[in-house]
Design a binder for this molecule. Structure first.
Ligand code: MN
Length: 297
């Protein structure tokens, strides 16, 4: 049965925060429609030094923010201002264009840990109206010693309210101690696991953080076990099946779409304005490093 251990790469966001980027990976661009996975923190910061990402645009994707520790304020060009707390999801659908900013509380020290994922929109939805949804509660299943939160799709009969556009699933599994479970999988889905904390065993292999453990498709179960406190994400979906481009904050099908979106952002068109953000809007980098992502196996 296929499995590949792919190393996440480290990057810096918002000037100071080191993140582990599991997707896209040189050897694996997408897992289902999931096309980006950053694990940020856990990190403690002094007052005034939290996350502070100025307004920036998105097209062709959904941003899926899963708060693990701390809180962050989302502001967007549709006028939404929404704090996100642990156990909650902010889901922003960019469609043909939206902009947003993300900020820690301004004047207090804090700690944060966040998983931010992007979901590629299928071609038929890629130019949809932009939207924002906050999900304060998600279905939770207690089984085998794990607390399983259904982030997206349906798992063990529980359906996440998050509005997604492809057959896909995402779950968070957490345990404070010893736990063991045989997870039911969808054989038509491909899956990958990423450890957030501890060193759980996934499919019989110990999985430390900083690895995208790609599990392929054709499985109907997956054993996950732990002897100590641990936490991991399992993502999956029908292989995306469309070739997409991912560049800066955009998902598109052609370089022309990327160039137009970049020009529109520079000219202050299409993406609206984010009111009240503490930082200046981000400047688009030079469009030169376009990377082809393929959803094909
Ligand atoms: Mn963003």
């Amino acid at each position: 049965m296929t499995s590949e251990r792919l190393t996440s790469h480290r990057a810096i966001v918002g000037d100071t925060f080191e993140i582990r980027r599991a997707l896209p990976n040189r050897h694996r661009r997408t897992v289902g429609a999931w096309c980006f996975l950053d694990h940020a923190g856990p990190a403690d910061y002094p007052a005034g030094q939290g996350l502070n990402i100025g307004p920036h645009p998105h097209i062709g994707l959904q941003t899926f923010s899963w708060m693990i520790e701390g809180k962050i304020l989302h502001r967007d060009s549709l006028g939404y201002e929404q704090w996100i707390h642990p156990g909650q999801v902010n889901l922003m659908t960019a469609g043909r264009g939206i902009s947003h900013a993300e900020e820690s509380p301004a004047d207090e020290p804090g700690r944060f840990q966040l998983a931010q994922l992007w979901i590629a929109l299928p071609r038929t939805e890629s130019e949809c109206d932009p939207a924002f949804e906050h999900y304060p509660e998600l279905p939770i299943i207690e089984r085998g010693g794990f607390r399983i939160t259904v982030l997206a799709g349906t798992f063990c009969g529980e359906r996440s309210p998050a509005r997604v556009y492809s057959p896909m699933v995402g779950v968070d599994l957490a345990t404070p101690g010893s736990a063991r479970i045989e997870l039911p999988l969808e054989p038509g889905f491909e899956y990958a696991a990423v450890t957030l904390e501890g060193r759980p065993e996934v499919g019989g292999a110990a999985l430390e953080s900083g690895i995208l453990f790609y599990l392929g498709k054709g499985r109907d179960t997956l054993a996950v076990a732990s002897d100590e406190s641990s936490r991991l994400l399992l993502i999956g979906g029908e292989p995306f099946g469309e070739d997409i481009l991912l560049w800066w904050n955009f998902v598109a099908r052609t370089t022309a779409e990327m160039e137009t979106a970049t020009r529109d952002w520079k000219a202050g068109r299409r993406f609206g304005a984010v009111r009240g953000a503490r930082s200046a809007p981000l400047v688009a980098p030079d469009i030169g490093g376009l990377r082809l992502l393929t959803g094909r196996p």
